[in-house]
Design a protein around this ligand. Sequence first.
Ligand code: LLP
Length: 469
Amino acid sequence: MDTLACMPAHPAGPRHEDLTHAARIGEPPADLNALSESVWPATAARVDGVLELAGVPVTQAVAEYGSPLFLLDERHFRQAARAYAQAYAGADVYYAAKAFLSGRIARWADEQGLRIDVCTMGELEVALRAGVSGDRLLFHGNNKSEQELRRALEAGVSRIVADSFDEIGRLSRLAEQTGVRPNVLVRVTVGVEAHTHEFIATAHEDQKFGLALAGGVAASAAKAVAEDPHLNLIGLHSHIGSQIFDAAGFEVAAHRMAGLVADLVTDGHRIEELNLGGGMGIAYTPDDDPPRVQDMAKQLQSIVTRECELAGVPVPRLAVEPGRAIVGSAGITVYEVGTVKTVDLGGRSRLYVSVDGGMSDNIRTALYGADYTVVLAGRNSSAEPVLSRVVGKHCESGDVVVRDAWLPGDVQPGDLLAVAATGAYCRSMASNYNYVPKPAVVAALDGSCSVVLHRESLEDLIRGDAAFD
Ligand code: LLP
C-alpha cells in the first residue's frame, strides 16, 4: 500500500474544491458509505463494509474474475423485465438489445416474457443462438444490409422496421425471392426529441433515422409498403429519445402518429400496431427521479387510446422498446484504484482517482457528459469527504468515469470503487482503445456468480493482427 498517497494529500471538505462543480453535485452526503436505493441494484448491500451484490462480496468477485468487472444483479434484471411485461399487459415489450446483449441476457429477457429488438446481424445472431424464436424478434436499423435482411427473413423475424425507401425496395425484392412476406412497421420521424424532463416538439427531422411525418414522406412510405404484394404493413414506429422521465414527449408523438394512422385508415389501410420505441429513464444519481413503470405504462396506454379515439380510428396494439430501463440499474462496474493524485488549482484542489478501466468500458461520461454515482466498495471509511474525479487509464484527458464525486479522503491505491447503473450502454459500447481488453460481465444470484461474458485477453486482441499470423 502506498501510504503517502492517502495522507494529508487529500484535503477534506468543500473549502478546497472547484466551486462550480461543488455547486453541481451539492453538499457531501451525510453518510458516504450509504447506498441510495434508487441508484443501486435491488440486492446491493454493505456487509462489514464490503459492497455485496446478491450476497456476493465485490472483493470476492474481483478476486475470482479480475478487475475492472461488470457485475449484474440477475434478479434485478429479471424483476425489471417482468415488471415491464406485467405493466404493459395487452401490449408488446421488446427489450432493446443495444443496451446490452449476450446469450444469457437474451434468455433472461425471453424467459421473463419480453420480445427482443435487434438492429444488426450480430445482435440477431446472438438472440437466435440463445434460442429466442424469430417470431419474438423485431429488426431495426437505418442501413440494414441485404445479408441482414435475408437472414431476418429466413429466421422468421416477426417485424422489420423499415427506415427508408431504399430499404422498402430491397426488402420487397428479397421477400419476393425468398417467398417470405414480412410484417413491416414504418419508422416515422415525428418531430419530437425527448431527453429526461425536457422535450422539444419542434422539427427534429434533421437526422438519419426514420421517414418524416412532415411533408407526407412517412405516409408515402407506409402506402408503398401497403401496396407492395410482398410486404405486409402492420404498423408504425417512432422513437423519440433516451433517458425520458415524463410522458409529455410520448404524448406529442402519439398525437402526431394518431393523425397519420387516421389518414392511412381513411385511405383503406389497416394499422394494427403503434410502437412508441424506448427511452424510459433510470436513476444514475439520487437526484434522478424516474416514474414508476406502471405509471408510465398506464399513461402511454391511455394517451394512445385517447389520441386514436379522438382521431376516430381503431386503437392499435401498443408496443414499446425499453433497454436502459431493464438492464441499466441491474449492473455496476467495480474498478481497482491504481493512483491517487491531488491537483492544485491555485487555492483549490481536486483529487484525481485513477482506476484500471475508463473510457474503454464506459464512454458515456466522455460522450454525453453522463453523471454517475460511485462509492468506495471494499471497505467502509469514516474519512472526510473530498471532491474527487474518477478517471481512467487511457491516454486522453477526457477519459473520465465520474466527473464529480464525494469520496472519502483516505481512498488509496488498491481500494475498490463501484460505479452504479452501468448495466446499459457501457459494455455494449466498450472499445479496445489503447489495446485494453474488455472486462468480464458476471451475474450474481443468491450468493454465487456465473460468467455472462468472459474477460477478453490480450491474445484475443492480438489474434487479429496479421503481423503475428
Ligand atoms: N428503440 C430504438 C429504436 C432505439 O433507437 C433505442 C435506443 C431504444 C429503443 C432503447 O432506448 P433506451 O430505452 O435504452 O433508452 N448510447 C446512448 C443511448 C442511445 C440509444 C439509442 N437508441 C446512451 O448511452 O445513453
